[in-house]
Design a protein around this ligand. Structure first.
Ligand code: IMP
Length: 426
C-alpha cells in the first residue's frame, strides 16, 4: 500500500481537510508534516463542524495520527485540541516526533510584536515564524529535550536573551522573561504530552515496509512555501510534497501518489500579490457562499478567480498525480466565471509564475470567461455522488473539463458540498 501526500496548490484553505478525511478510511497512519497551529483544517460530519489546528483530520476516524519532525507545535493549543476531541468521545492514538519543535510564549510575543509594528505580512500570530527562526538559529526546544531540561538551560538562556534583545531593540517593548518560567512550562508540557513522544520517521517507514497505507497531510499551500512561494509573503515552512519526505523522515521514492487540492476559485489571507483578486460585489458574494473566513483567526479571506498559471506551477513543484477540486458548488449563480490563462507583463504574455512578488504584483491576468451554472439540485447531487458525473449541470462539467485541460493533470475528485460524502470521484 502507498504513501500519499495531500498538498494545497494555492495559498492554503483549499479544503485539504475534507479530502484527507475522505481518503483516510483505510489509512494505517496519518501524519501532519509541517507548520503548526497556524493551520485550520475543517471537516463537516453529519452537520457538525470539526476544526483541527495540529492533528491530522484522520483523528476523527480514530486513526493513529502523528505530528512529524518538521512541525512547530504549540503544546497549549494541542492540549486544547485533544481535550475538545475527547469531549466528543474521540481519543486518537497520537505520536509526536521527538525532533519536532515546541512553540514557546517568546515566539508568540515576537510574532505579535512584528504584526503590531504594522510591518508584518499578516501572520496568524501563532509564533510560527519565530519558532522556525529559532530552530534554524539552533536555539529552539524540541520535544526530545523535555527528557532533560537541565542540559538545555544554556540554550534556553540564549533563546530568552535573543527575544529580550529583539523585543526591546527592534520593537521597543519590555517583557518579563526568565528561564525558570520557561522551564516550569516545559515541565507542564512533559506531564501532559510526554507520553505521546516517539519516532514518527521509524513508525512511518516500518508501516510502509509492512505494506501499510500512510497519508502525509500538508498545511497551508504551495504558494506560501518559504522557498517557492511569494516570498516574503509566505509562511515559514516548506509546504510542498518534497518537503513532506524530509519533514517526516522518509526517502522520496516511498511516495506513490501526490494529491493536489485546489479550490474552484482562489483565496488568500494576509498580505502579498494576488493577480486574480476579484472585484466587488462578486468577491463578497463568493466570500459569503464559501464562508471564506480564517479557521484560525476569523479574518475575511481575499477572494479571486481560479489562476491556472499559479496552479500549474504548483502541480509542477509537487509532482501532482491527481487534483481534487473543491467548492465548485460555491460558484453557482455567478455568471460568467473567469479563469486566468496567462499573465500580461510589460506588454508580453507569460505563462510561467514569476519568482519575484514585485513582478507578480505587476502581472495582469488574461482571462477566459465561461458560462456559470445554477445551484445543484438534490437530485443532481445524489446522481453525481452515485457516479453519474453527467448529472451535474453542463456548464459545471465544462468548467471542470476546461481546468483539467489547462492543468494537464486529471481532476480525480470534485467536492460539491461541505459534508464528507459530498465528493464525486471522476
Ligand atoms: P504564519 O504562517 O502565521 O507565519 O503566516 C504567514 C502567512 O501565511 C500569512 O499570510 C498567513 O495569513 C498565511 N497563512 C498561514 N497559515 C495559513 C493557513 O492555514 N491558511 C491560509 N493562510 C495561512
Amino acid at each position: 500500500m502507498p504513501a500519499v501526500v495531500v498538498v494545497g496548490l494555492q495559498w492554503g484553505d483549499e479544503g485539504k481537510g475534507k479530502i484527507v478525511d475522505f481518503i483516510s478510511e483505510k489509512a494505517d497512519l496519518a501524519v501532519r508534516y509541517q507548520g503548526g497551529a497556524n493551520a485550520g483544517h475543517t471537516v463537516v460530519l453529519n452537520g457538525r463542524t470539526y476544526r483541527f489546528h495540529h492533528l491530522p483530520v484522520a483523528a476523527l476516524r480514530g486513526k493513529h495520527v502523528c505530528l512529524a519532525s518538521g512541525m512547530v507545535i504549540d503544546p497549549v493549543k494541542l492540549i486544547e485540541e485533544l481535550e475538545s476531541l475527547s469531549r466528543e468521545g474521540i481519543r486518537p492514538r497520537l505520536t509526536i516526533d521527538g525532533r519536532a519543535h515546541i512553540v514557546l510564549d517568546i515566539h508568540k510575543l515576537l510574532d505579535e510584536a512584528e504584526e503590531s509594528s504594522g510591518k508584518g505580512v499578516g501572520t496568524t500570530k501563532r509564533g510560527i515564524g519565530p519558532a522556525y527562526t529559532y530552530k534554524c538559529a539552533r536555539v529552539g526546544v524540541r520535544f526530545s529535550d523535555l527528557a532533560d531540561t537541565e542540559s538545555i538551560k544554556p540554550r534556553l538562556k540564549k533563546a530568552i536573551d535573543m527575544a529580550r534583545a529583539l523585543l526591546s531593540g527592534v520593537y521597543n517593548m519590555d517583557a518579563e522573561l526568565d528561564v525558570e518560567r520557561v522551564t516550569q512550562f516545559l515541565h507542564e508540557v512533559t506531564s501532559r504530552l510526554g507520553g505521546y513522544i516517539g519516532d514518527v520517521s521509524l513508525l512511518v517507514n516500518e508501516t510502509l515496509d509492512r505494506g501499510g497505507f500512510v497519508i502525509l497531510e500538508g498545511a497551508q499551500g504551495t504558494l506560501l512555501d518559504i522557498d517557492h512561494g511569494t516570498y516574503p509573503f509566505v509562511t515559514s515552512s516548506n509546504t510542498t510534497a518534497g518537503a513532506a519526505c524530509n519533514s517526516v523522515g522518509i526517502g522520496p521514492k516511498r511516495v506513490d501518489e501526490v494529491i493536489g487540492v485546489a479550490k474552484a476559485y482562489a483565496t488568500r489571507v494576509g498580505k502579498g500579490p494576488f493577480p486574480t483578486e476579484m472585484e466587488e460585489p462578486v468577491a463578497s458574494t463568493v466570500r459569503e457562499r464559501g464562508r471564506e473566513y480564517g479557521t484560525t483567526t476569523g479574518r475575511p479571506r481575499r477572494v479571486g478567480w481560479f489562476d491556472a498559471v499559479a496552479v500549474r506551477y504548483s502541480i509542477m513543484l509537487n509532482g501532482v498525480t491527481s487534483v481534487a477540486l473543491t467548492k465548485a458548488d460555491c460558484l453557482a449563480g455567478i455568471d460568467p466565471v473567469k479563469v486566468c490563462l496567462a499573465y500580461e507583463l510589460d506588454g508580453q504574455e507569460i505563462k510561467s509564475f514569476p519568482s519575484s512578488p514585485y513582478v507578480l504584483e505587476r502581472c495582469k491576468p488574461v482571462y477566459a470567461e465561461l458560462d456559470g451554472w445554477e445551484a445543484l439540485s438534490r437530485e443532481e447531487k445524489l446522481a453525481a455522488l452515485k457516479g453519474n458525473f453527467d448529472a451535474l449541470p453542463k456548464q459545471l462539467r465544462e468548467y471542470v473539463d476546461f481546468l483539467e485541460s489547462l492543468l494537464a493533470c486529471p481532476i480525480k475528485y470534485l467536492s460539491i458540498g461541505a459534508e464528507r460524502q459530498e465528493t464525486v470521484i471522476r
